[in-house]
Design a protein around this ligand. Structure first.
Ligand code: ZN
Length: 212
């Protein structure tokens, strides 16, 4: 008899709120090692669960970052600079939320300032804040653009991401060398063809070489 009948199922909110302990996370890795067909007790694998959990702290560091707070400090002394600010070729490391394998690529982030600018390293940090989570590329692109638009309130925001997805290259259809391109254009980049064209002329050509 199933004794759980009649008890309320734990809600998703409860599962998120009660973060598992490090020991529980390591035990989960041992389960996966056994599932893969190996012996977690053998010497080479003994410290693997601890290493994997530490790796996860790095891979998913974005959950610890508040993307809005990253852009809080702005500079207003720009001497009337009102042209495109573009940070190109930002290394992107993210993780597919369907398979938990890497998405590797590069991001280009642009905005058309309205009276204030932000430190350029903050744009790269913003990319990481959303990339270092479980993602799909479409959502990642929209989140980066949406946050710049909301916090800086520029005249326009554009985010272009090109990336290879290991769930397509190392499993499933096994198609290495394929990259996916997504873009989110807001404000003047969306509504003004000249502004959009100027941005596109500033972007690097797709490399054509697979991301690693
Ligand atoms: Zn995937």
């Amino acid at each position: 008899m199933d004794i759980s009948i009649g008890l309320p199922a734990p809600s998703l909110a409860d599962e998120v709120a009660t973060r598992p302990t490090r020991a529980e996370a390591e035990a989960a890795v041992r389960t996966l090692l056994r599932w893969a067909g190996d012996d977690p007790a053998r010497e080479g694998l003994r410290d693997t669960p601890a290493r994997v959990v530490r790796s996860y702290e790095d891979f998913f560091a974005g959950y610890e970052t508040d993307p809005v707070a990253l852009l809080a400090r702005t500079f207003q002394e720009v001497d009337g600079y009102d042209e495109i600010v573009l940070l190109r070729d930002i290394r992107l490391e993210s993780y597919c939320e369907h398979h938990m394998v890497p998405i590797i690529g590069r991001a280009h982030v642009a905005y058309l300032p309205h009276r204030r600018v932000v430190g350029i390293s903050k744009l790269a940090r913003l990319v990481d804040a959303y990339a270092k989570r479980l993602q799909i590329q479409e959502k990642l692109t929209a989140q980066i653009a949406g946050t710049i638009d909301e916090v800086l309130q520029p005249l326009g925001t554009a985010v272009v991401i090109e990336a290879g997805h290991q769930c397509m290259t190392t499993r499933g259809v096994h198609k290495p060398g394929v990259s996916m391109v997504t873009s989110k254009m807001l404000g003047a980049f969306r509504s003004n063809p000249d502004t959009r064209r100027e941005l596109l002329s500033m972007l690097p050509q797709p490399s054509g070489t697979p991301f690693t």
